[in-house]
Design a protein around this ligand. Structure first.
Ligand code: GLY
Length: 263
């Protein structure tokens, strides 16, 4: 299944400048040592599935650069370097490009001066790619991406990110080809009609950003109602500490690029 079976992941170590990372609400300074431990647990879980995990060094010039997901979309057909909508994050995409160029002969770039798109707004499903318009992703960015994906025969569907939510995937995750984990507020928009939807537990909206990676589902620790719903549905879970990334509105998907490069 191309939407959750992967041979590779790329992560990046957090830098001390993470203290200056973007956040919607200040809930306190992230503890770098604790974040490093959580990051190590996360990378270990990815590797446990048999994937090759490429860990890039910290990039102090970019406080949010631990959140590598936003820099690129990687598919079996090719990879697309994004144009992040947060000005302080724009340069992160160029930092990722040479690493992906080593794995992808077919590397595309979002180039329009008015195009902005962060891959945290992109949910890769089995038969389509959903892209949420948000404060970081605009119509021009979505149109440019859709044009590239169309060349590969991949359908793009534009959807909306709930007001006040950072990214589309802040509120949802793919669990398998037919199943989405989502907050009730996002699922109510109808954007997952046709899929089986598992709702996050009451008051556990922050559990929605999980990842399916090969045999495992990685989810943030501390959300027992959502955990139990996923266990009941038969998924093999790893709960990973996310207290420090959560202070920067980051979660499980933000911390990696997950892909199978062309052979
Ligand atoms: N702190 C992650 C972001 O705002 O992109």
């Amino acid at each position: 299944m191309r939407s959750y079976s992967f041979t590779h992941a790329i992560t990046r170590l957090p830098a001390p400048s993470i203290l200056d990372g973007l956040r919607a609400v200040d809930t306190g300074a992230p503890d770098l040592a604790r974040m490093m431990q959580h990051h190590a647990d996360y990378s270990k879980a990815l590797a446990e599935t048999g994937a090759k995990v490429i860990q890039l060094p910290a990039l102090p010039a970019y406080p949010d650069s631990v959140f590598v997901e936003d820099t690129a979309l990687c598919l079996p057909e090719g990879a697309v370097i994004m144009r992040p909508g947060a000005p302080s994050r724009l340069g992160e995409a160029g930092e990722m490009a040479p690493h992906l160029a080593q794995l992808y002969p077919n590397l595309h770039h979002i180039t329009g001066a008015d195009s902005f798109i962060e891959a945290g707004d992109i949910l890769m499903c089995e038969g389509e790619v959903l892209v949420g318009r948000s404060a970081r992703t605009n119509g021009a960015g979505i149109a440019e991406l859709a044009g590239i994906l169309a060349q590969w025969g991949i359908k793009t569907r534009e959807v909306f990110t709930p007001a006040g939510v950072l990214h589309f995937k802040t509120d949802c995750s793919l669990m398998d080809a037919e199943t989405i984990l989502a907050t009730p507020r996002l699922a109510a928009s109808g954007c997952f009609d046709g899929y089986r939807v598992i709702h996050t537990g009451d008051g556990e909206e922050a559990a929605a950003n999980a990842i399916r990676f090969n045999n495992l589902v990685l989810m943030a620790a501390g959300f027992p109602r959502t955990r139990d719903a996923l266990l009941r549905a038969g998924y093999e879970l790893r709960e990973i500490g996310n207290s420090e990334c959560a202070k920067l509105d980051g979660g499980m998907s933000c911390l990696s690029l997950r892909f199978t490069p062309p052979s």
